[in-house]
Design a protein around this ligand. Structure first.
Ligand code: ADP
Ligand code: ZN
Ligand code: ZN
Length: 715
């Protein structure tokens, strides 16, 4: 693997297998593990004498069952991606390497008798062990639920307070819920009833609820009857950062085995989770997009939380959208699928318009809290102190003084977007990309956020030799430092990809913030993702101006989503929240619409605009990209392909060939061709032809190219 095409083999006499089972086969001079995909009846020996014979069949039962086979075939066709690579996404690494499927047992940790009788005092000096001991008092915990606690686990086992117990993998047994369900408000009740009534059939729901409207409670109550019937539930979330918080809420409610799935797990953890899905042991799985390919034994409900989030689309290799494949999976199962968001994608709203999705709406917050006010702060002609207007600083001071928390949001990590030479204006650029390098002060590095290249900070200007290099612009690291100077008596907590890279650091930051102490929180859009901070009463959006004038047709939608999501972080506790938006363009129609009329109104007019300009979701879009060391090869290649395809498919619309905003990345020049059609079938026929031509073209061998169906990232 990965296979770019199918290969035929003979089975040894007397050996049988079925599609979806792994086989060991000779391949050239090597031996490889493959998946048996199709069994053809033996034909006459004359035409098969050249075929090689399978060396061994590794599985008695398929590792990829019939339903997943259908899903993966569909995905390989739809995204025009080699089936072999698609299969790689669906199988844990250990299974791809030929390791046997686990031998039927998992472990759980439980308190010993001594452990049950001991008092909290004996552990009071070991906070983590104490916390684990308290969790174990609620009941045994599975290995996956314990991931991250290994040191405390060992300590408790060594002290004789806890012990491992072997369990056979078997379907979970539904137990009474740990916690009483909340009494639903009418909108929530309507949503839960609709989803429950769909039980066992394929139905698509879009749950649109303003932030804090109680979508999670709807999920919980929609899940409850599914579990009672012994069926499994899959909840897909966009980022791994969201999983611990969401997991905790589900674990508080349901006394069933829960597991998480994300890209930071070890191979062994992945195999275990795969096995627990396959055996039906994992009642609830909360995971990032690839959880979609887990082999559930009895899937009863599929939920996609934050369905608008772009990270649900894989941005390299097999570029699938987890939302779209989830809908397909629910159709194959069949079971209901619920897409939830406070700011639904225009694609999903369009699907509602077309009658494909049932629209469930939660227009009000579940508690008596007000949705926060958004205030525009005009930056024109203001003296800015460290990127912040006087009015902003005053408000921050006030909130902190009242013992509340303040959150500042800046979508640029690092200290500054570049260093500039004070003498000649030279800017530090990436040597390999058409982009500036971000200055990271803590690590004293210049880092390119496009290709990841980093180097030490130069002492001199690369052009005139001056040593007067100064940071320009502002990043989260700088904002953190400046706020610390302005408010030395309060802690400043930074939450971005840099500060959360170390394992456990995100959890620690969330815990510190969650304590509610008056503090300043600085972060990137990670902050916008579903976290619940009750003591935050002021959110400042430091800079939106760069997003207001972007060439990407989706920029407006993304900005509106971001503003609404960030605003939703304010005033979730008992205090009323305010959102301050600093901008030089307070009159900008998008800002005005979102602020005065809300996301729904924005979305309605944005959809109309997409219809008039004939853009997705009214047309289907596929993006064909090239990368090459020569600056013109891509243009020549794409022009040729376009002419060929246009001749055969005159109804198709094209944009390009053109250079994307980031014209050079990691040393390679980039070109792209956008293909549009209102007719999906036609578009896919054209793509097939285009790929065929591309593979046959000698020019195509000189450069790297790839197809991105339903592309989101056009940069
Ligand atoms: P969302 O996921 O839509 O942002 P949450 O599910 O986090 O909203 O709910 C926001 C808050 O409202 C939570 O504290 C939750 O416990 C509370 N809540 C939800 N539903 C109800 C209800 N029916 N009655 C009372 N409180 C509720
Ligand atoms: Zn670069
Ligand atoms: Zn210079």
């Amino acid at each position: 693997m990965p296979l770019h095409q199918h290969f035929d083999y003979l089975l040894p006499p007397g050996v049988t297998t079925s599609p979806g089972c792994r086989v060991r086969v000779p391949f050239g001079k090597r031996e490889l593990i493959g998946i048996c995909w199709q069994l053809d009846p033996p034909v006459d020996t004359a035409s098969t004498y050249e075929l090689k014979t399978v060396l061994a069949v590794l599985d008695e039962h398929p590792v990829i069952g019939p339903q997943l086979q259908q899903l993966l075939s569909f995905a390989a066709d739809y995204y025009h991606h080699p089936l072999g690579e698609v299969l790689v996404s669906a199988l844990p690494a250990l299974l791809r390497e030929g390791k046997p499927v686990l031998g039927g047992h998992s472990r759980q940790l439980q308190l010993t008798e001594t452990g049950q009788q001991t008092s909290a005092d004996t552990l009071k000096r070991a906070a983590r062990q104490l916390a684990l001991w308290q969790r174990l008092q609620q009941g045994p915990l599975s290995e996956t639920e314990l991931s991250g606690d290994s040191a405390s686990v060992r300590a408790l086992v060594d002290k004789g307070l806890a012990q491992w117990q072997l369990l056979a993998f078997e379907p979970f047994t539904p137990l009474p819920e740990r916690q009483k369900a909340l009494a639903l408000n009418p909108a929530q009740a309507l949503a839960v009833t609709a989803i429950n009534q769909a039980g066992g059939t394929f139905q698509r729901f879009l749950l649109e609820g303003v932030t804090g409207s109680g979508k999670t409670e709807v999920y919980l109550q929609a899940i409850s009857p599914v579990l009672q019937q012994g069926q499994q539930v899959l909840v897909i979330v966009p980022e791994i950062g969201l999983t611990p918080q969401t997991l905790a809420r589900f674990a508080q409610r349901f006394a069933v085995p829960l597991q998480i799935w994300h890209s930071n797990m070890t191979d062994a953890e992945r195999l275990l989770a795969w096995q627990r899905s396959d055996s039906g042991e994992a009642a609830i799985t909360i995971g990032t997009r690839s959880a979609l390919f887990l082999p559930f034994r009895r899937l009863g409900l599929l939920i996609i939380d934050e369905e608008h989030d772009n990270s649900l689309k894989q941005q390299d290799g097999f570029r699938y959208h987890a939302r779209d494949l989830a809908v397909k999976r629910a159709a194959l199962t069949p079971c209901p699928v619920v897409l939830g968001s406070a700011t639904p994608s225009l694609e999903s709203l369009y699907n509602v318009q077309q009658g494909r999705f049932v629209h469930l709406q939660l227009p009000q917050r579940a508690t008596s809290q007000q949705v926060p006010r958004i205030e525009l702060l005009d930056l024109k002609q203001q003296v800015l102190k460290q990127g912040l207007a006087d009015g902003t600083i005053r408000q921050i001071e006030q909130r902190l003084g009242r013992g509340q928390q303040v959150m500042l949001f800046l979508n640029r990590r690092g200290f500054a977007p570049a260093l500039i030479c004070h003498e000649c204006g030279w800017l530090t650029e990436c040597l390999r990309c058409a982009a500036f390098t971000t200055y990271h002060k803590q690590s004293r590095m210049l880092v390119c956020h496009h290709c990841g290249a980093s180097r030490g900070v130069p002492h001199q200007c690369g052009q005139c030799g001056s040593t007067q290099l100064a940071p320009v612009g502002q990043g989260t690291e700088q904002l953190e430092e400046q706020l610390q100077q302005l408010f030395p008596q309060y802690p400043v907590r930074r939450l971005d990809r840099d500060s959360t890279r170390r394992k456990g650091s995100l959890e620690q930051l969330l815990q510190q913030i969650g304590s509610g102490e008056p503090a300043i929180i600085v972060g990137t859009q990670m902050l916008a993702k579903g976290h619940h901070f009750p003591n935050v009463s002021l959110v400042v959006i430091v800079d939106v101006d760069s997003a207001l004038y972007s060439s990407d047709f989706r920029a407006g939608e993304q900005l509106a989503q971001l503003l609404t999501q960030v605003a939703g972080r304010a005033g979730r506790g008992d205090i009323a929240g305010t959102v301050l938006l600093q901008t030089h363009y307070p009159g900008h129609p998008l800002l005005q619409d979102v602020i005065q009329n809300g996301y729904q109104s924005f979305a309605r007019s944005a959809l109309l605009e997409r219809q008039q300009t004939r853009l997705p979701p009214y047309q289907h879009l596929a993006l064909f990209r090239t990368e090459s060391f020569d600056s013109q090869d891509g243009l020549a290649f794409l022009s040729m392909l376009q002419q060929q395809v246009a001749a055969e498919f005159p109804q198709l619309q094209f944009l390009g060939p053109l250079q994307p905003p980031l014209e050079r990345k990691a040393g390679k020049y980039r070109w792209q061709l956008q293909l549009f059609s209102g007719d999906r079938k036609l578009l896919h026929q054209a793509l097939q032809q285009l790929l065929l031509n591309a593979r046959q073209s000698p020019l195509g061998r000189k450069l790297k190219w790839q197809l991105d169906v339903d592309a989101l990232d056009l940069s």
